[in-house]
Design a protein around this ligand. Sequence first.
Ligand code: ADP
Length: 305
Amino acid sequence: MKKKVMVFGSFVVDLMARTPHLPVAGETVIGSLFKMGPGGKGFNQGVAAHKAGADVTMVTKLGKDLFAEVALDAMKTLEMDTSSLFYSEEIETGSALIMVDEETSENKIVVVLGACSAIGDKEVESISEIIEESGYLLTQLETNISAVEKVIDIAKKNGVKVILNTAPVQPISDVILKKVDIITPNEVEAEILTGICIDSQESASKAADWFFDKGVKNVLITLGSRGVFIASESKQEIIPAYKVKAIDTTGAGDAFNGGLVAALADGKDLWEAARFANALAAIAVQRLGTTPAMPTRKEIEEFIS
Ligand code: ADP
């Protein structure tokens, strides 16, 4: 039977401007294109899982402002449940100011996490019942860590499987790590967390051992166009990525994590779920943007078959 999924994480509005060159300090540049849309790692992963067919409860925190409407509009359009969102009276909805050089694709980004970095313990406690009803919790490190720790704690105490995507990377306490069933760093994050440079299956295996020693049950290190290294204590392998022509890999990790949790909630084993996630991410990297790039279940099934 299909299990419920909770995605607990960030929401920010992406404000993207393309420009002939990136401004230096004090310079004003006339840009050529502006786009605004929903983003944030938590939200991207929630949308990816939802579009892949999962029964997702998205939990994040918004301000009481115009940018909150961006989240609500997107969720309503996608027919996602908006009943478990928190709101701040004082703090604005998160935003990301993204400047992209149209010649070189280099970028400069400032993220102000705003409301989603101020989720209180009481708020997390208020969703205890929804956490308990979930089969899987997927979270990241883009909300305040106190909330991540609390939500993981409630999940673990209630037998809910915990997936932690370690982006954006920052130190993670041993208390959190020992409650994690599946950790999903990319290779840079894995290196920063373990101190082991991931340049071969052997080094990925050593990094996995580092996580196992901390009590993590399963380790998936995403390797970009090379696929994903996957390890449980008894078996490990690299599952290659699909060979596709990538045009925008922003949010590839988010696509992968959303796909992973959707497939696990469907009852697939970790290996099958990683293949499904590889397929979802391979479709997403062939499209521009983050949430609009996430494929539907039908598109994923057609791609795999
Ligand atoms: P992040 O976006 O967190 O840096 P990765 O770059 O490791 O994550 O990508 C996550 C997953 O997305 C990979 O494991 C793979 O499944 C898929 N992916 C990323 N880049 C490509 C690519 N160029 N071609 C096919 N799949 C890709």
